[in-house]
Write a protein that binds this ligand. Structure first.
Ligand code: MLT
Length: 202
């Protein structure tokens, strides 16, 4: 997968896996990584799917309607890519925290829904429920931060609550930061994510 790797200055800090939103690329979230954990290594990936030239991490059939078969295939592809990258760049595969926005948050959520040890934690900015009707792995104590907008037209508040419940019921420790905003990423949300990160991963 097209990506960028930046070595960290402190090898004990989790590697940040950056996953952009629809139409973005691997450069988009670098500033977030600096705010969240400046000493961490960064693996920032570009989605392998193109929607009219816009990179995404999996196909969709319509706005908010995911192509489930492709989602499952792409989730495995990304999980394998993290495995390969850990070998290539010599980082600890068990110490990876995802930071995703929108479509990137959705594939991060899908990694959590499908693979028990894919991530050590996740910061999900404006995620949706990636899949319904499946049994989640044991997520005991997995720290998950969700940033959500009360007026998000792409991810309604009820869907955020549904995601929170699904993750909590599987054992994850979920923290939701609500804002009176829409789908956009706010500075306050990133600041709270970085405080949350310091508490959970220092
Ligand atoms: C998705 O397709 O993943 C969501 O609708 C978010 C987005 O617009 O990318």
């Amino acid at each position: 997968m097209k990506h960028l790797f930046k070595k960290g200055s402190d090898e004990r800090k989790p590697v940040l896996l950056l996953l952009h939103g629809t139409g973005g690329n691997e450069e988009d979230l670098l500033a977030l990584a600096d705010m969240i954990s400046p000493d961490s290594a960064v693996l920032s990936v570009r989605g392998n799917v193109s929607e009219n030239g816009m990179p995404r991490f999996f196909r969709r059939l319509a706005e908010g309607v995911f192509d489930e078969e492709d989602l499952i295939f792409r989730t495995k592809e990304l999980n394998d890519f993290i495995d390969e990258s850990a070998n290539k760049y010599r980082f600890d595969r068990n110490n990876v925290v995802a930071v995703g926005y929108s479509n990137g948050a959705n594939i991060a959520g899908s990694l959590i829904f499908h693979y028990e040890d894919a991530l050590k934690g996740a910061i999900l900015h404006h995620p949706m429920v990636p899949r319904r009707g499946i049994k989640l792995p044991d997520l005991t104590n997995l720290p998950v931060f969700i940033g959500a907008g009360k007026n998000d037209p792409i991810c309604p508040a009820a869907e955020t609550e549904e995601l929170e419940n699904l993750l909590t019921n599987a054992g994850a420790k979920v923290h939701v930061k609500w804002e009176n905003m829409g789908h956009q990423l706010s500075r306050a949300e990133v600041e709270e994510a970085s405080e949350w990160f310091a508490k959970n991963f220092s």
